[in-house]
Structures are given as C-alpha cells and as structure tokens.
Design a protein around this ligand. Structure first.
Ligand code: AQP
Length: 333
C-alpha cells in the first residue's frame, strides 16, 4: 500500500522553494488521504556546522511551517529525525551496503563541497545513505521532493536493491521519487541558473516564508529578468530562465499551469507582472507566516507535537530495524 515519506532540513529559514516544491505538495498528499510521514531532518542539518543555540529554533520553525501550511499531526506523522534513533542505526547498515563510487557521483555533494571536499564532514558525504534510511525505515513507496533531490531518491532505490540482492530478500521496497507541478525547481531570484536555497548567501536571492509584504514586493521588484515582455506560449520561455521562474512561481501559487498563466499575461511587461506576482505571493504566504509566528510563540507545544509524532514513527520504525538487524545476522538479546 502507498506510504509517503519526506523531510526538510532545519538549516535556515524556510524558502518559497521549500514551500512550493515540498510542503504545499505534502499537504495535497495528506488531503488525498494517503498514509504520510513528514520529518524535520535535524541529523541532516548538522552535516554542515549549525550553532547549537540556534538549531532548536530552526527545527521548530520547520515544524511550524509544516503545521501552518496544513500538515495535521493527527492525520500525518510529524516529528524530528533525531528523536527516532533507528534512523541513525539503519543509516549505518546502509553505509555498509552503499559503495563509495555511488557517493562520488552525487552532484549535491560536489556542489556543496566545491573544490575543497577534503574539508567537508564525512556526514555530508554520507548524507544520501542517511536519507535512504529515513525513507526505507518506513517502507515508504513514494517520496515527493523537488528536482534537486531526485538523484538521492534514485540512490535509495539502488541501496534497497543491493540490500535485497545481497541478503536474498525482498524486504525493502523500490521507492518512487514524485516530482510534479510547476515549481519542482524554484530558482534564485538574482541568478536563474541556481536554485533558491535556505543557505544561499544573499537574502535578496530568496523569498522566505516569514517575509513581510513589503519585503516580498521589494524582492520580486529587484528580481533579475530580461527586458522582453511575457510570451504567448511556453516555447517563448525557452532560454529565459529568470522569466520562466517567475511564471512558474505564479502558476504554482495560483494552482494553475504555467501555460495558463501565460494566456492571461501574454504581452505584459515586468512592470505589470511583478507587482501582480508579489500581490499573489503575499495573499498566499501571509496567512501561513502569521500562523507560523503564532505557533513559534509556544515552543513547548511544538516540542510536544514532535515528541508525540516521534512515538508514532518509532512504532513503525523499530520492527523494521529489528528485522533488518536479524537479516544481517546481528544478535539481538
Ligand atoms: N528551490 C527549490 N525548488 C523546489 N524545491 C526545493 N526544495 C528545496 N529547494 C527547492 C525541496 O524542499 C525539500 C526540503 O529540502 P531540504 O531542506 O532537505 O534541502 P535542500 O534541498 O538542500 O534545500 P535548501 O533550501 O537548498 O537547503 P540548504 O541551502 O541548507 O542546502 C526537498 O524536497 C527539496 O527538493
């Protein structure tokens, strides 16, 4: 049967990319009645340095983002990864299944590490193996993610297949990445060749879910574009990454396709389109941001929600880890 798992790293404030590429789609899965597990993947966040005094606040902000956008902790399981120690344990088993050569092909590591990869943490390198554990610990069948995570979900399939093959079992499912909708790769507002990231250098590159109306308007106004007006068809957006990005964002926020948005705005200049986009973004994000602030005013309540979710998660995870250990031949007293 279908089970969805996905996660978000508390490595900074949530962006419009996380919202459109991930959270908004998670809510759709939940509303379709699917069995869903959503995680704040704090063990992933510490693959790069996180200030210990700031990490709890960022973890709560991601939890608040999920809740404010419509994840219902009664319908879905919502928790933070480090409270279910089975994630780290299964990741170790997968470190022994995955091959070094597989990790070497991961483009996200190459992008994050740049030329000086010797100075990166071993955790950053092994990140996809922990991600495979996150997913397979629940025998998840579908993982909705943004385009940037596709390669990692494919690696999860490779790890599952090799485990199954090596141990002569069909224990782990071959999970499907689900990458759909018009905003699977929201781009940086100042450089249409890079994706919008929480940890990108300048705040002007991204829309944060908690930005106020003036900030959102200012960021879209200053967003880089070309001088041409909007074309009539999608064909006309080819080779225009910045224009394409803003149209895709508009489409995703309004639950329409990019082609439909172009039908309304064909021939419009940026002086017309950008304010309309800012207004739409404020209309959609302001209520979510307000609810996030309300939730973050009561950190103890967020912590209780995460702890309850962790208990429910562990009830699924513990027997799957126990069976894995037994399969591998590890004695359990
Ligand atoms: N720009 C994006 N467009 C669409 N989807 C995106 N996602 C992230 N950025 C975009 C999706 O959000 C989910 C959570 O991502 P993550 O927090 O686990 O890690 P990430 O992909 O590395 O996100 P960031 O924002 O770029 O974080 P930093 O800067 O810390 O590395 C995933 O489903 C992801 O695809």
């Amino acid at each position: 049967s279908t089970r969805v798992f996905s996660g978000i790293k508390p490595s900074g404030g949530l962006t419009l990319g996380n919202y459109l590429g991930a959270i908004k789609r998670f809510v759709d899965w939940q509303e379709r009645g699917t069995d869903c597990i959503f995680c704040v993947v704090d063990l992933h966040a510490i693959t790069v340095w996180q200030e210990p005094s700031e990490l709890p606040g960022m973890t709560r902000e991601v939890a608040a983002g999920y809740l404010a956008a419509g994840i219902d902790p009664e319908k879905s399981i919502l928790f933070n990864q480090s409270q279910v120690h089975e994630h780290a344990e299964l990741a170790w088993i997968f470190n022994c299944v995955a091959r070094v050569g597989w990790m070497n092909r991961m483009t996200q590591f190459k992008e994050k590490a740049g030329k000086n990869s010797e100075k990166e943490s071993l955790g950053l390198y092994a990140y996809p193996s922990l991600m495979a554990a996150d997913i397979l610990l629940y025998h998840a069948t579908h993982v909705p993610v943004g385009e940037d995570q596709k390669q990692h979900v494919e690696l999860t399939r490779d790890i599952a297949a090799k485990f199954n093959h090596d141990y002569g079992t069909e224990f782990f499912p071959l999970t499907e990445p689900v990458i759909d909708g018009p905003a699977t790769r929201v781009m940086n507002l100042r450089d249409g060749s890079k994706k919008m990231s929480k940890s990108g250098q300048s705040d002007m590159e991204r829309i944060n879910m908690t930005d106020d109306a003036d900030t959102i308007a200012k960021k879209f106004k200053k967003a880089r574009t070309d001088p041409e007006p909007l074309p009539e068809t999608m064909e006309g957006l080819k080779e225009r990454p910045e224009a394409r990005n803003l149209v895709d964002i508009y489409a995703s926020l309004s639950d329409r396709s990019s082609a439909e948005v172009l039908r309304d705005y064909a021939g419009a200049g940026w002086g017309q389109f950008k304010p309309a986009l800012a207004e739409l973004a404020v209309e959609k994000l302001a209520p979510v941001a307000e609810e996030m602030r309300r939730l973050m005013d009561d950190p103890a309540e967020i912590d209780r929600t995460l702890a309850r979710g962790a208990e429910r998660a562990r009830a699924i995870a513990a027997p799957i880890l126990a069976k894995t250990y037994e399969t591998v031949g590890l004695i359990r007293g």
